[in-house]
Design a protein around this ligand. Structure first.
Ligand code: HEM
Length: 297
């Protein structure tokens, strides 16, 4: 039986008044009503679309991360990896999304921001809860950011819970432990609200996984997918930093500190730290640089 025949054989419902099935299903009227501009700047729609699309993707990534955590807790590594691969694709779309606002000069940005400040007050994206929840799920636990959500108590509570819950990396370590790898007990039982401190014994686990790729094919695939996710996350941060340099320069930002100077050190906040530090020791011969080798030939 064809799919069409299967669909036809069901009783077709009627959409609510004033809707087509498409608009009722995907809430398109509601969606487009969210595009409210504050100025007559011709690029404001592009700005709003960029930010709202980014918000949707961050929420999507949160859902995927939580779903991958559930798979790991059920010891389903293959399904966890399939879920995480989708995040790699989402990061590519997020990266391309920066193109929407790369035309902006400082004049363009401030034409919009001046009206935002006059209408809603001085804003900072640090008050975006989706980004913070995603970052907590990626294992970068910084409690100090909760303070920005005092005006939004429900979101503050939600983030407070997210801070205290395991990150994806915590679930990876718990999975390693269940399959017999030697994850220190203190790490598994640590205070999840505190920043994660990298541990040489976890680095050793990644080294062991990459030392025998055939014996640990699934785990190496997990490692490479996590590396792709960390890279996609850092790529977003780099493009954000460049957008800030391009439209904002060295102006003081929300906290009175220079915006670029505040952002630049955060580029070193890379998720899954031992997955990266282990790479200094993976492969033979040790410390062989391919460029050096070709120069010596
Ligand atoms: C292009 C113009 C932009 C400028 C000049 C800018 C500037 C800044 C600055 C200075 C900060 C540091 C915190 C603060 O002082 O407020 C910041 C943080 C942040 N911005 Fe932007 N931003 C821009 C665009 C965006 C866009 C389009 C998004 C999201 C769609 C965004 C999301 C964020 C996030 C999530 C943070 C926190 C970063 C972290 O915690 O590491 N920004 N931004």
């Amino acid at each position: 039986m064809s799919d069409t025949a299967t669909l036809d054989s069901h009783q077709a419902a009627t959409p609510p008044d004033g809707h087509t099935p498409y608009s009722a299903w995907l809430q398109t009227d509601l969606l487009h009503s969210l595009q409210r501009t504050l100025t007559d700047h011709p690029g404001e729609h592009a700005w709003n679309t960029h930010v709202q699309v980014t918000e949707l993707y961050w929420m999507l990534i949160i859902r995927e991360l939580q779903s991958a955590q559930r798979c790991l807790r059920a010891d389903d590594l293959a399904q966890a990896c399939r879920t995480l691969r989708r995040i790699v694709a989402h990061h590519e779309a997020l990266d391309a999304n920066w193109r929407l606002i790369e035309w902006m000069t400082p004049n363009d940005l401030f034409a919009i921001l001046t009206r935002v400040v006059a209408t809603y007050g001085k804003d900072t994206a640090l008050q975006g809860w989706t980004y913070r929840q995603m970052v907590y799920l990626l294992g970068i636990k910084q409690e100090e950011h909760l303070q920005h959500f005092t005006p939004q108590p429900r979101r503050r509570e939600q983030l407070d819970r997210a801070l205290a819950e395991p990150s994806l990396y915590d679930d990876v370590l718990a999975y390693f432990s269940r399959i017999g790898m030697e994850v220190p007990k203190a790490l598994l039982e640590r205070d999840l609200r505190a920043p994660y401190v990298p541990d040489g014994r976890v680095e050793q686990i990644w080294r062991a996984i990459y030392a025998e790729p055939n014996a640990h094919a699934g785990l190496q695939q997990l490692g490479e997918t996590l590396a792709d996710i960390a890279q996609g996350f850092c790529q977003w941060k780099y493009r954000h930093l460049m957008a800030t340099r391009r439209t904002f320069g060295a102006r003081p930002a929300y906290f009175g500190t220079e915006g670029v100077a505040w952002l630049a050190p955060t580029l070193d906040e890379i998720p899954f730290p031992e997955l990266w530090s282990a790479r200094t020791h993976i492969g033979t011969p040790q410390a062989a640089c391919p460029h050096q080798a070709s120069r010596e030939r």
